[in-house]
Design a protein around this ligand. Structure first.
Ligand SMILES: NC(=O)c1ccc[n+]([C@@H]2O[C@H](COP(=O)([O-])OP(=O)(O)OC[C@H]3O[C@@H](n4cnc5c(N)ncnc54)[C@H](OP(=O)(O)O)[C@@H]3O)[C@@H](O)[C@H]2O)c1
Length: 334
């Protein structure tokens, strides 16, 4: 089957997604919309997209668009994901799906009501590296999991994009990249316990907020099912190594370059280092033939009739956003 995509917004991640559709097996680019017609037309010319629209409503009225990729700043995700679902379009919406759990419930309800597919675009969850990590945990490669350490940050000092620091555009590290840290920590707990869509019992947080209350740097501690403690760290004014470490009773797993760092690069192999307690590190190579975003577009096509992804389920999205809300509140509590 072929899924005809419409891009709702023409920003930086839309550029990557558009390029990736070319490598997908099931996707074609049907149309793009931006708030300005000129910007949409330029984007369409660059990516050889047949139709472009100045305004998102026109894209939703296009009968030759099957699925919409929503990549506005996060506070506008709910409005456009709901409108897309109400227009009968399948929806892949950038992370975080929404800025609150209440909004996420409304988006999910819209997908259910209109009987369309909906997924939050956590493409790293679909990568073979992530699958291998969970397989190793489930197989007991490091014994019982005790702790997780996940970091994702970048430093925009001097080259800041408006979206990242503007409270009106959902600025702050927690929503932008901390959502990955929470997602990974929860996934590790899920793999260790077999409980779906797990949520922490305790959330502790601390942040450096700017003068508008936007979290520039945030750290958190989560107590997760399986008696697992996660330390998570993110920010947009902090240069640290993005990594995943999982510590167990019989060893540890280390991912120096989580798949979300690949962007449009498509390394054929990536590595997970398994170090048994008292033993030597062993590099486990993971093969991947497809890029992250092409994989994501094909995943949508392959699971369209189920209306949700078996990997990034609606319940999982809700659990993630609820945890993000708690982390956001914890760093703002004196
Ligand atoms: N999965 C990933 O790897 C990944 C990576 C980066 C970002 N993201 C997510 O994708 C979303 C967009 O991020 P981005 O980096 O692409 O942002 P960006 O470059 O700033 O693009 C955002 C786009 O949203 C549109 N928009 C609609 N209303 C707007 C408003 N009031 N103010 C500003 N822009 C508005 C604009 O498109 P037009 O004017 O062209 O319509 C703009 O080009 C975010 O939710 C982010 O979390 C995901």
């Amino acid at each position: 089957m072929t899924l005809r995509w419409g891009l709702l917004a023409a920003g930086s991640i839309a550029e990557e997604f558009a390029a990736a559709i070319r490598e997908s097996e099931h996707g074609t680019l049907a149309a793009v919309a931006a708030r300005s017609a000129d910007r949409a037309a330029e984007f369409a010319a660059r990516h050889e997209i047949p139709r472009s629209y100045g305004g998102y409503e026109a894209l939703l009225a296009d009968p030759d668009v099957d699925a919409v990729y929503v990549s506005t700043p996060h506070p506008m995700h709910a409005e456009w994901a709901i409108k897309a679902a109400d227009a009968g379009k399948h929806v892949l919406c950038e992370k975080p799906l929404t800025v609150s759990a209440k909004e996420a419930e409304r988006v999910i309800e819209a997908a259910r009501r209109n009987d369309v597919f909906l997924m939050e675009a956590f493409m790293y969850r679909l990568h073979p590296q992530t699958r291998k990590l969970t397989e190793l945990i489930t197989a007991g490669a490091i014994g019982e999991v005790r702790a997780v350490d996940v970091t994702f940050s970048y430093d925009t000092t001097g080259s800041e994009r408006e979206r990242i620091a503007d409270p009106a555009l959902g600025g702050g590290g927690i929503l932008d990249v901390g959502c990955y840290c929470v997602s990974v920590a929860r996934l590790v707990s899920q793999a260790a316990t077999g409980i779906e869509a797990v949520e922490p019992t305790d959330v502790i947080g601390m942040a450096k907020l700017d003068d508008k209350g936007v979290d520039e740097i945030a750290m958190g501690l989560l107590r997760l099912p399986g008696d697992i403690i996660a330390q998570i760290s993110c920010g947009f004014r902090l240069q640290q190594d993005d990594h995943i470490r999982v510590y167990g009773t019989r060893g540890q797993l280390y991912i120096e370059k989580p798949s979300w760092t690949f962007g449009m690069r498509r390394p054929r192999t990536s590595t997970i280092v398994l170090t048994p307690s008292g033993g030597k590190p062993e590099a486990i190579e993971v093969e991947a033939t497809k890029g992250l975003f092409a994989r994501e577009a094909d995943h949508v096509a392959e699971h369209l009739t189920a209306r949700q992804s078996p990997i990034v389920t609606w319940e999982d999205t809700l659990a993630n956003i609820r945890t993000l809300e708690r982390w956001g509140a914890a760093v703002r509590t004196p």
